[in-house]
Design a protein around this ligand. Structure first.
Ligand code: PLP
Length: 394
């Protein structure tokens, strides 16, 4: 199957660069390949373009351009935020704890586990079945907290957290709030009031049709951060020559996203396409189970297919031209149930057979109708082969 014919319902594949981002990258590679830290004229032209790009991304994030630090992606932005804040604390500081949830992306969750193993105090906020944290469960964990990291929206279920309530709890308790906004930025608007909820905010260009490998960290003016990569670039917050083509591509994508977000009807339209797709999948597979809560992003659905292995279904779907994704892949090549779904107390037999399907701004109803029919056929085929010993799906 030609990859051009595939239906992309995978949150990394669906967000391929928009045309303006691809053009900006190509033009930067051919005309603006100079080092933006050089003081010669062409270097300064690259610097100028980089600073204009920073402004465009600041517009999307409703913050000041100087508050932004470019990184190599969302993961590095998150690492810089969390280790950067904790790195400013003395070992004797009375407030040192890091607070987060097991439903966070691995960039936060694995980092928290590693901090915990090295002896840093870490508190895990309980997560209910909806995946949406109850702020009253967070409050008792803040007495010794220096930093809280809660994502705005979940990458596997789309669950949206109550960031405003969480922010005011953190402020009252004297803890900083880092927000992983990788899934939110570019898909939902950020007003100055909403943006101001987080002291630090991470995002990644490839989630809003920019190139992969470009991230940004917003650090609110006045928040102290110790750099992870030493050097003079990015106001000393992140050493290393900036990825000019990637950043200019990200800025083009940010401009397109800002324009797209101005029309809320588009998000409503896509959410109803997603709901229609979900209903069609359940019609085709009546025991399928939607793991996502109602309060979620317009583009995501996470569906469990009991008694199936997510990996087997993914591979079969991929053969039929549907690109979806599941939880974390373990090193043996099989799929472990997603830690996010397990943290939400989704039963193992459902979590094991759960896939997430993500729409992009460009996903069509026709693609979703085709995908729902393919999913029903693949589930039926896998179940038939599982109940017939020795038979493999073809
Ligand atoms: N956080 C969330 C919620 C994500 O969905 C992702 C990527 O999928 C990341 C962080 C990591 O971003 P990146 O892949 O740019 O490192």
């Amino acid at each position: 199957m030609d990859s051009q014919d595939s239906i992309y319902l995978d949150n990394n594949a669906t967000t391929r660069p928009c045309a303006s981002a691809a053009e900006a990258v190509a033009s930067a590679l051919t005309t603006l390949w100079y080092n933006p830290s050089s003081i010669h004229r062409p270097g300064q032209a690259a610097r100028h373009a980089l600073e204009l790009a920073r402004k465009d991304i600041a517009t999307l994030l409703a913050c000041k351009p100087r508050e932004l630090t470019f990184t190599s992606g969302g993961t590095e932005s998150i690492d810089l935020a969390i280790r950067g804040v904790l790195g400013t604390l003395s070992a004797a500081a009375p407030r040192r704890a890091f607070v987060t949830a097991r439903t966070e992306h691995a960039a936060v969750r694995d980092l928290a586990e590693s901090l915990e193993q090295s002896g840093h105090p870490v508190h895990w906020v309980p997560v209910p079945r909806s995946g949406i944290i109850d702020p009253s469960d967070l409050a008792p964990l803040l007495h010794d907290a220096a930093l809280v990291s809660i994502q705005w929206a979940n990458n596997e279920t789309g669950a949206i957290q109550s960031i405003e309530a969480i922010s005011s709890l953190c402020r009252n308790a004297g803890a900083l709030l880092h927000c992983d906004a990788v899934q939110w930025a570019g898909k939902e608007p950020i007003t100055p009031e909403l943006g101001a909820c987080a002291d630090l905010l991470s995002c990644s260009a490839h989630k809003f049709h920019g190139p992969k490998g470009v991230g940004v960290l917003r650090v609110r003016t006045g928040v102290r951060l110790s750099p992870r990569l030493l050097g003079t670039q990015e106001l000393g917050r992140r050493g290393g020559t900036e990825n000019v083509p990637g950043i200019l591509g990200a800025a083009a994508a940010a401009r397109a996203a800002t324009d797209w977000l101005a029309n809320p009807a588009e998000r409503t339209r896509l959410a109803s396409l997603r709901d229609r797709f979900e209903a069609a999948v359940i019609r085709g597979v009546p025991d399928a189970h939607v793991n996502s809560p109602a309060q979620r992003l317009w583009n995501t659905t996470n569906i469990g297919f009991p008694r199936l292995e997510a990996e087997a279904l993914l591979l079969l779907l991929s053969e039929q031209g549907v690109a979806a994704s599941a939880g974390a892949a373990c090193s043996s090549g099989s799929l472990d149930p997603s830690p996010v779904l397990l943290a939400m107390n989704i039963p193992r037999e459902i979590a094991h057979g759960s896939l997430r399907f993500s729409l992009s701004r460009n996903t069509t109803q026709e693609e979703l109708d085709r995908a729902a029919a393919i999913i029903a056929r693949c589930v039926e085929k896998l179940r038939a082969s599982a109940s017939t010993p020795g038979m493999l799906p073809t």
